[in-house]
Design a protein around this ligand. Structure first.
Ligand code: GLY
Length: 416
């Protein structure tokens, strides 16, 4: 068995699940896996790992909040496809295909609907120059053989009558779906707990080592917890954990996004996600079955600052009102800022590092909700079965940025 095939976890795992009641977590307990971060990525990994019989500890001061909570829940591999990012788009399409089973499994585990919705996404252009930009996007979609259809303004408004007659046509993307991301993270916390995952509402200060391999984590208060594997899934903070070798540190940066939570209160509603390009700026609308509407999002590079400047918010509201004038009748319920984990090539960083036992699952930037199920499958496969050289994240492994070639992966000496 080569190092690349070897599972990360050492020894036989007890298939019995040991649920330690909250408040009784002891630093004498040892885990198969410690997951640093309980956003949608960390929670999905923890749940799926626990389902294989792993004993899992998750450390996060505020599980399920952060970028996963601020998100809109779009599962949009086509609408979010960027020029020159074909490999990322192919990964995103594969990630979207993992969602139906993941949603069914999670709903089955909790009995609680996630409002996974397959009505497609309507892209609209705010003005003729936005229309030209959308036509270039459509040509790109067609070149990648993605399903997308050009619409006139009339056709777009037949699909979504709330869209303003002043728009300049659109594109229908039938394969881009959405889900209620807040229901997903809440369900994941329940399902993971039921599967035996222990949650510790503490921040991890450092990854610890045992003469080389990862041995666990140390909290800010000095307590240490041992494990065979540590998965860093701490979103935009993933590069800030001590004890991670320089070569293993993920180059993630925070990219602030602010969403608005609106409530229809009897006003007419959208039936599917609408995305718009308005004077070159994009905004989106993701409806909820209870009359809620998520409007997003700003894209701001302001470090770890979660403040909400009126300028960016004002632009977002102006663009949103131009596309869907009916939102004037909606009530503003919440302004939700979050920090997306951006990377130099906009792609995620998933898989083992050069340090045995240390894995990364971060850098999902605008695609965290979309890629959570596929990321969890890949990480759990690596943990229990060894890394698949040709797996979906082969082009998005840790270490690719050190090579100077963002498209090239060098993961295979990572697992000890
Ligand atoms: N994926 C939506 C956003 O990043 O705003």
């Amino acid at each position: 068995m080569s190092p690349s095939d070897r599972p990360v976890l050492r020894g036989e795992r007890d298939q019995a699940r040991h649920v330690v009641p909250a408040g009784t977590v002891s630093d004498r307990d040892r885990y198969d896996v410690i997951v640093v971060g309980a956003g949608i990525i960390g929670l999905s990994i923890a749940w799926r790992a626990a389902q294989t019989g792993c004993q899992v500890l998750v450390c996060d001061p505020d599980p399920g909040r952060g970028a996963s909570w601020a998100a809109g829940g779009m599962l949009a591999p086509v609408a979010e496809a960027g020029f020159g990012e074909a490999a990322l788009t192919m990964l995103a399409l594969q990630a979207a295909r993992a969602w139906p089973q993941f949603a069914a499994d999670l709903e089955g585990a909790t009995g609680r609907p996630l409002h996974y919705t397959t009505a497609g996404t309507l892209l609209v252009a705010g003005d003729p120059s936005d229309r030209e930009a959308l036509d270039r996007t459509l040509a790109y979609h067609v070149s990648l053989e993605l399903a997308a259809e050009r619409l006139t303004t009339r056709q777009a408004r037949l699909m979504e009558p709330l869209v303003s007659p002043s728009i300049s046509g659109g594109i229908m993307v039938p394969g881009d779906h959405h889900v209620d991301n807040r229901r997903v993270v809440e369900s994941l916390i329940h399902a993971a707990s039921d599967a035996g995952v222990i949650f510790l509402a503490e921040e991890v200060a450092a990854v610890t080592h045992d003469a080389g391999p990862t041995s666990g984590v140390r909290l800010a208060d000095g307590r240490q917890f041992g494990s065979d594997a540590v998965v860093v899934a701490a979103g935009s903070r993933s590069g800030q954990i001590d004890g991670v070798a320089e070569a293993d540190q993920p180059p993630v940066r925070p990219v602030r996004g602010v969403t608005l939570r609106l409530q229809a209160d009897g006003a007419p509603q959208l039936t599917r996600t609408v995305r718009a390009l308005v004077h070159g700026r994009s905004c989106y609308f993701v409806p909820r079955p209870d009359g809620g509407l998520v409007v997003g999002a700003t894209v701001e590079e302001r470090g770890f600052d979660l403040a909400v400047p009126l300028g960016g918010l004002g632009d977002l509201i102006a663009d949103a009102r131009r596309v869907i004038p009916a939102i004037d009748e909606y009530a503003l319920v919440e302004v939700a800022p979050g920090l997306r984990p951006g990377t130099p090539d906009n792609g995620p960083i998933v898989g083992p590092t050069h340090t045995p036992g240390l894995l990364l699952a971060t850098g999902h930037y605008r695609n965290g909700v979309l890629m959570a199920p596929l990321t969890a499958d890949d990480v759990v496969t690596t943990l229990v079965g060894g890394i698949a050289a040709d797996g979906p994240f082969a082009n998005f492994r840790p270490g690719r940025f050190q090579s100077g070639d963002p498209g090239e992966s060098k993961p295979h000496k990572a697992v000890g």
